[in-house]
Design a protein around this ligand. Structure first.
Ligand code: 13P
Ligand code: SF4
Length: 348
C-alpha cells in the first residue's frame, strides 16, 4: 500500500540521517517530492551536488542529472537513480557517433571558429566532447550568459542538443534567425536559409527537441488570448520559437516558479511546462488561477518513472548495502565532462 511504502521511505531516511541526500527535480511526482531533502531546477541541483558531502545520493530526476551529480561529487560518494529507464528523450537525440560526424563536417567548413555548447540535458559523453573542445554546458537558467561567453571565445557556436533553447536564447540576445543554421543528425546536413552564406552563420543548432515542451502550440495560445485575454502566458524555453514569441514570458523552471510567486492574487496564468510542476503551482497558489497551457497536460514520461515504489525499493536495498542503479561515469569521460561543467558553474 501507499502508506506502507511511505513508512519504508521514512524509516530509511531516519536510518541514514545526513548520510543520505534525496534531491528532487521540479518535474518529479508529488509522491516523490514530499521526500526530497531539496528541490530545484537542473542548475540548482547540479550546484548543490557539488557542495554536498552525503555519501549516498538518491537522485529523483533523470539519468543525465544523476550523471552530473556523480561527476560533481567525490569518488567515495555514490549516486543512485531509482529507475534506470528514467532517461531523457532529448538527451538521446545526440549520440557520440552523430556528434563526431557533425564535428568533422562542421570543422571542415568553418575550421576552428566554432565552440561547442551543450545543454545539460545530454549524456556525459557529449559533455566531455564539449569540454575537450574548449566548450561548456548550459542550463535553461544560464543559457544566455553561456552563449555570450561562447562568443567571447569563438566566432560561432554549435548548440547541442535542443534547437529550441538554442534558438530562443540566441534570438533574445539579438542574433537574427537567418544567422542560425540547423544541423540535422539524421541526414548529416546543415539546414540554412538559401540567401545566406555560410560565413554569416553565427549559431549552429542541433536538431533535437523536448517531446514534452514541443506539444505546446501557438493555437493553444490564440485560444486563451481570445477567451481569457487577461491570462498571462509563461512558457519554458524548450518550447518552439513561435510559442515563446507568442507567450508573455519564458524562462527556466526556477524562473517560472519565481514569477508565479510574485504574481498578484486573483491573476490568471497559463503555464507551458511539465505537468507535475504546473499542478504543484496550481496547488500552492490557490489565490491565483494557474493551469496548463495544454488542456490535456504535458507529462514527461521518464521523469514520472520515478515513483513511490521505485524510491522505497531503492532505499530498502541501500539499507542492505546494495547500490541499485548506481550511476558511475567512467573517469576518462568524467575528466573532460567536468571541464564543461566547471566552465558553466564558473559563469553563474
Ligand atoms: P530546467 O530544470 O533547467 O528548467 O530544465 C527543464 C528540463 O527539461 C529538465 O529536464
Ligand atoms: Fe527531457 Fe523534456 Fe523530460 Fe526534460 S521534460 S527530462 S528535456 S524529455
Amino acid at each position: 500500500s501507499m502508506a506502507e511504502k511511505q513508512e519504508r521511505i521514512k524509516k530509511a531516511k531516519k536510518f541514514f540521517g545526513t548520510d543520505l541526500l534525496i534531491p528532487g527535480h521540479h518535474y518529479q511526482r508529488e509522491e516523490v517530492i514530499q521526500f526530497a531533502d531539496v528541490t530545484g531546477d537542473s542548475l540548482q541541483l547540479a550546484q548543490l551536488c557539488g557542495q554536498e558531502s552525503a555519501p549516498f545520493i538518491v537522485f529523483c530526476g533523470v539519468h543525465f542529472m544523476a550523471e552530473t551529480a556523480d561527476m560533481l561529487t567525490t569518488a567515495n560518494q555514490r549516486v543512485m537513480l531509482p529507475d534506470l529507464q528514467a532517461g531523457c528523450s532529448m538527451a538521446d537525440m545526440a549520440t557520440m557517433a552523430q556528434t563526431n560526424r557533425a564535428w568533422d563536417a562542421l570543422t571542415a567548413q568553418f575550421s576552428d571558429t566554432i565552440l561547442p555548447l551543450t545543454y545539460v540535458n545530454s549524456s556525459a559523453d557529449i559533455k566531455a566532447f564539449c569540454g575537450r573542445h574548449g566548450g561548456a554546458c548550459v542550463t535553461s537558467s544560464n543559457a544566455a550568459k553561456m552563449i555570450e561567453w561562447a562568443f567571447s571565445q569563438k566566432e560561432r557556436l554549435l548548440f547541442l542538443p535542443d534547437q529550441h533553447l538554442g534558438r530562443n536564447t540566441a534570438a533574445a540576445l539579438g542574433i537574427p534567425l537567418a544567422q542560425m543554421a540547423v544541423w540535422n543528425p539524421l541526414t548529416h546536413e546543415l539546414e540554412m536559409a538559401e540567401d545566406v552564406s555560410w560565413q554569416e552563420i553565427k549559431v549552429i543548432l542541433w536538431k533535437g527537441h523536448c517531446s514534452v515542451h514541443e506539444k505546446f502550440t501557438v493555437e493553444q495560445i490564440a485560444t486563451i488570448r481570445e477567451k481569457e485575454p487577461e491570462t498571462k502566458i509563461i512558457v519554458h524555453p524548450e518550447c518552439t520559437y513561435e510559442v515563446v514569441q507568442a507567450a508573455d514570458d519564458a524562462g527556466s523552471t526556477h524562473y517560472i516558479i519565481e514569477q508565479l510567486k510574485r504574481a498578484a492574487p486573483g491573476t490568471s496564468w497559463a503555464v507551458g511546462t511539465e505537468m507535475n510542476l504546473v499542478n504543484r503551482l496550481a496547488m500552492i497558489h490557490q489565490d491565483k488561477h494557474v493551469y496548463s497551457l495544454n488542456k490535456t497536460m504535458c507529462a514527461c514520461l521518464t521523469m514520472n518513472r520515478i515513483d513511490l515504489e521505485h524510491l522505497a525499493w531503492t532505499l530498502d536495498l541501500l539499507q542492505e548495502g546494495v547500490y541499485q542503479y548506481e550511476i558511475k561515469v567512467e573517469e576518462k569521460v568524467a575528466v573532460d565532462a567536468r571541464l564543461a561543467l566547471e566552465r558553466m558553474l564558473a559563469h553563474v
